[in-house]
Design a protein around this ligand. Structure first.
Ligand SMILES: Cc1ncc(COP(=O)(O)O)c(C=O)c1O
Length: 475
């Protein structure tokens, strides 16, 4: 029995370890919500971390599993802590984590209906929920995939197939196909363009205004200039919102422009798609209903664990045409368009039952609860911006539109402002009482927060400013 893998399947072993883990995580949630678990991000040197975990994996360890759980909890950034205000990674709703445990044990394939009928139906319902929120029509369809980066690629592959004027999938890429993208696009968009074989020349950058939104007055001239260079523009990519500053492009203006020139409009709403659930802020996504494709990450503003991304298509048929590949053993007929033939629409073959995480949470708590959270967290970000503006030692980069805010400390000692803020952020990391990040905006270094946790309060954020002042004074 010692070396028999069947031991790992014993129901009682699972029951005992499962209960133990849930208890550990429940205590962890409690400590986090009580603002314990400091430091939030423990900066253990990489070599030390590696050495601690680098055991002989060919033999069973004699340590109880709790020891490993403890190491994991200790050396991870505590996203469940209200003072985690760093990257755009959510403090996930715990039930979605439990649902992941369920799908992890069942391991039904999210790609084939006959491998998981319930999972497939949940995928369809979750996708349908967002299609309806976007205001897409009857012929719309979509797919869940692993992350916004893969989502952007999936959408742009469909754009290439629909708009290039030839069968790029069968014949390969030819000509000077190009995509117009905002200067502020996420790097996954340029990667997608390059993966599609269009190269750097396949990216036509649209200038942005002072508020980091696409300058719509420059769309026409950018387009005409590209045509003069012999490029064939197939698509325009809009941000909803941009990564660095959380700025929302004017989607209506982009849609009008695309309609005028017969171009595919793709909206990267990986981050800001959650605003569709907020009665107060959904107006920032006006025009999304006219897009040809949209990418929305459930794992950003909507509080789900990584990764669940929806790729939505105005015309579901176009998404079927991106990958028309034969794989006889998979029992999916080429050209078939059953709603459950997910394999035809996605890059992934084996796919987890990802809709389950979302469906179980929406069914249990209702999307309105998440929508209210989205409203509250944006309100809080705006309130924080006001507090910063009222101070005389910090300034914001621009007014926030969602839960992302860039700001910087104004050193009074005449030190270089960029070097000072970069150093200040490192000091904050070392201190560990908050977790914040930094970004560079037009050559200037700013501190950046993304409020991703329903328990963060204005008092937490005021304390963040105080802590930064204290650290700044000591530098
Ligand atoms: C606007 C935008 N698009 C795409 C992505 C990539 O999404 P993912 O990290 O899920 O691949 C991000 C990630 O931050 C983003 O902010």
């Amino acid at each position: 029995m010692e070396n028999d893998i069947k031991k790992a399947y014993q129901p009682n072993e699972f029951r005992q370890k499962g209960h133990q883990l849930v208890d550990i995580l429940a205590d962890y949630l409690e400590r986090s919500q009580n603002r314990q678990d400091i430091p939030i991000s423990a900066l253990i040197p990489p070599e030390e971390m590696f050495a601690e975990l680098n055991v002989d994996l060919s033999r069973a360890s004699t340590d109880p599993i709790e020891v490993l759980y403890k190491t994991l909890l200790e050396h991870t950034t505590h996203l469940q802590h209200p003072r985690y205000v760093g990257h755009q990674v959510s403090s996930p709703i715990p039930l979605s984590g439990l649902s992941e445990m369920l799908t992890g044990v069942l391991n039904g394939s999210g790609s084939m209906y006959e491998m998981s009928a319930s999972g497939a139906a949940m995928d369809k319902i979750v996708v349908g929920f967002l299609l309806q929120k976007c205001g897409f029509g009857e012929s719309a369809n979509g797919i869940l995939t692993s992350g916004g980066s893969l989502g952007n690629l999936t959408a742009l592959l469909a754009a290439r197939q629909a708009m290039s004027g030839f069968d790029a999938w069968e014949e390969g890429v030819e000509g000077n196909l190009a995509v117009m993208v905002s200067n502020e696009s996420h790097y996954s968009v340029s990667r997608a363009v390059k993966i599609m074989g269009l190269g750097e020349k396949g990216m036509v950058k649209i200038p942005t205004q002072d508020d980091f939104r696409v300058d719509t007055s420059k769309l026409e001239i950018t387009y005409q200039e590209a045509l003069k260079q012999g490029k064939k523009i197939i698509a325009v990519v809009g941000n909803a919102c941009s990564t660095s500053t959380g700025s929302f492009d004017d989607l209506e203006a982009l849609a009008d422009f695309c309609k005028k020139h017969g171009l595919w409009l793709h909206i990267d709403a990986a981050h800001g798609g959650g605003l569709l659930l907020s009665d107060k802020y959904k107006h920032l996504l006006k025009g999304i209903e006219k897009a040809d494709s949209v990418v929305i990450d459930f794992h950003k503003m909507m509080l789900f664990p990584s990764l669940v991304t929806a790729v939505l298509f105005q015309n579901g048929q176009t998404s079927m045409k991106s990958f028309t590949q034969k794989a006889d053993y998979l029992a999916v007929k080429e050209g078939a368009d059953n709603w459950f033939d997910f394999l035809n629409r996605t890059i992934e073959c084996t796919r987890p039952m990802m809709g389950v995480r979302v469906y179980t949470v929406l069914r249990t708590y209702g999307s309105q609860a998440i929508g209210n959270y989205v409203t509250d967290i944006i309100d809080l970000t705006k309130q924080f911006a006001q507090r910063i503006e009222a101070s005389n030692d910090f300034e914001i980069a621009i007014q926030p539109s969602c839960n992302i805010l860039c700001f910087r400390y104004l050193p009074s000692n005449g030190e270089d402002i960029n070097a000072f803020n970069a150093k200040l952020r490192l000091k904050m990391l070392e201190d560990g009482r908050f977790y914040i990040v930094q970004t560079t905006i037009r050559g200037q270094i700013y501190l950046r927060v993304s409020l991703m946790n329903p328990f963060t309060t204005i008092e937490d954020l005021e304390e963040l400013l105080e802590k930064l002042r204290e650290l700044g004074c000591r530098m």
